[in-house]
Design a protein. Structure first.
Lengths: 135, 117, 176
């Protein structure tokens, strides 16, 4: 894609805002529409755009296979870890009331961690799906 | 819209039946997966149309608004959408492997090759 | 419009056309969701259906090098099954509540408790997120596991060693 200057310049301008928008959607899921799944897929879309315009090898340098596998497993582990911490503190699995000083702050912390885990796993899995399908 | 009872359900049923027919009758494997997606999306429309409350808004709490739409089906459909894309991805990977082995993705050509292979 | 798109997918022979039409179908259903006050669902369906699903289908098309599908004859079993099931479902919708009914059973069971107590118990304005992550957190855990399993499954199917099976088959058929 050397000759497609317009595509390269426009995607260079667009990819950082897409990543920022993904982070915004992830953390703003408490106040408006959004949350983990949408943020993960938008994050993956930025990487897919980079791979489409600059070639798969360049995208592979940015994000290698090992990183993808570790991040996707980490997301599930984070979710399960939040549940198990709750159990260790004496509550039921995934009942966030005991995580912090008062129940509402505990719920906030629990929801934040859980959505972060979901976003990480969904983003990593969608990027790796694209990588497997195009090689 | 209020004159004919249940007419919104009929549209959804029509979409569902189109999807079902695509899955059952098309010989091409990729079209089958697309038909499955049509079926799934029409089921989502069905659930969300159950959740709507007339005069309500989106279920995001705000001062001054009393009536909200039912948030529970929204949650169920969010999960269903993500599971749907997971199924589609796996199905497409299977199609790619089948093509690798048989060099075609038409169902009748694959069945014709089966006794030999 | 959704019906027109679905029928077009049924009749179109070119596979690229079919994939583009399915992307349009997802986008149109996202618009329908916004009309029905489901903003989170519309967001997710637009992102996932018109984004990820379409990209994966295009990649599969590129990998299999198919351009057109063979024209399919009208299948009688498919038509009979579709009509029977459609008739049964339409018969079942006679008793269903009218669209937007505030006293429908779906709205009266658990939803008022979620809507009323969500701010006191969880403290988030977005009720869908609080139900998804807190009240029904276990279902979301299952969903994350499902998508992780899909990733592993595609790794197993399309990872390394994919070319070997075809070349192995060719080598074995050449040697016999």
């Amino acid at each position: 894609m050397h000759h497609h200057y317009v595509l390269r310049v426009v995607s260079k301008i667009l990819i950082p805002p897409i990543l920022l928008f993904a982070l915004y959607v992830q953390f703003h899921g408490d106040f408006g529409p959004g949350g983990g799944f949408q943020a993960g897929v938008i994050f993956a879309a930025a990487f897919v755009l980079y791979a489409l315009v600059f070639g798969l090898a360049a995208a592979r340098e940015v994000v290698s296979d090992t990183v993808l596998r570790i991040v996707s497993a980490l997301g599930v582990l984070l979710y399960a870890g939040v549940g198990i911490v709750n159990m260790l503190k004496g509550n039921n699995f995934l009942a966030y009331n005991n995580l912090a000083v008062d129940p509402v702050a505990g719920q906030h912390l629990g929801v934040l961690l859980v959505e972060a885990g979901v976003g990480m796993t969904v983003g990593a899995v969608v990027i790796s799906l694209f990588v497997y399908f195009s090689s | 819209m209020d004159s004919l009872p249940g007419y919104n359900y009929w549209i959804v049923i029509l979409l569902m039946m189109t999807g079902l027919y695509v899955v059952m009758s098309c010989r091409n494997l990729l079209k089958k997966i697309v038909g499955l997606n049509i079926f799934q999306a029409s089921v989502f429309v069905f659930y969300i149309s159950i959740a709507k409350v007339s005069g309500g808004t989106a279920p995001i709490l705000k001062d001054g608004i009393d009536v909200y739409s039912n948030p529970l089906p929204h949650v169920l459909i969010l999960t269903a959408i993500v599971v749907g894309v997971a199924t589609t991805a796996l199905g497409l990977a299977l199609i790619v492997r089948i093509h690798g082995d048989y060099d075609t993705i038409e169902e009748d050509e694959i069945e014709a090759e089966e006794p030999e292979g | 419009m959704l019906g027109v798109t679905a029928l077009a997918i049924l009749r179109a022979p070119g596979l690229f056309t079919v994939v583009m039409l399915s992307s349009i179908y997802s986008l149109l259903s996202a618009v329908v969701f916004v009309t029905l006050d489901a903003v989170d669902v519309a967001f997710t369906e637009a992102v996932v259906g018109a984004g990820a699903s379409t990209i994966l289908m295009l990649a599969a098309l590129a990998l299999t090098n198919q351009r057109r599908a063979k024209p399919t004859p009208i299948s009688p079993t498919g038509l009979i099954a579709a009509f029977l099931m459609g008739g049964g479902l339409i018969y079942a919708t006679v008793d269903m509540p009218v669209l937007g009914d505030p006293s429908a059973p779906a709205t009266l069971h658990v939803a008022p408790r979620y809507l009323n107590d969500s701010y006191d118990e969880v403290g988030l304005p977005n009720v869908v997120t609080s139900v998804l992550a807190s009240y029904r957190g276990y279902d979301t855990f299952g969903e994350v596991t499902v998508i992780f399993t899909a990733g592993i499954g595609v790794l197993a199917l399309l990872g390394r060693g994919r070319r070997d099976r075809k070349s192995r088959r060719k080598a074995s058929s050449e040697s016999t």
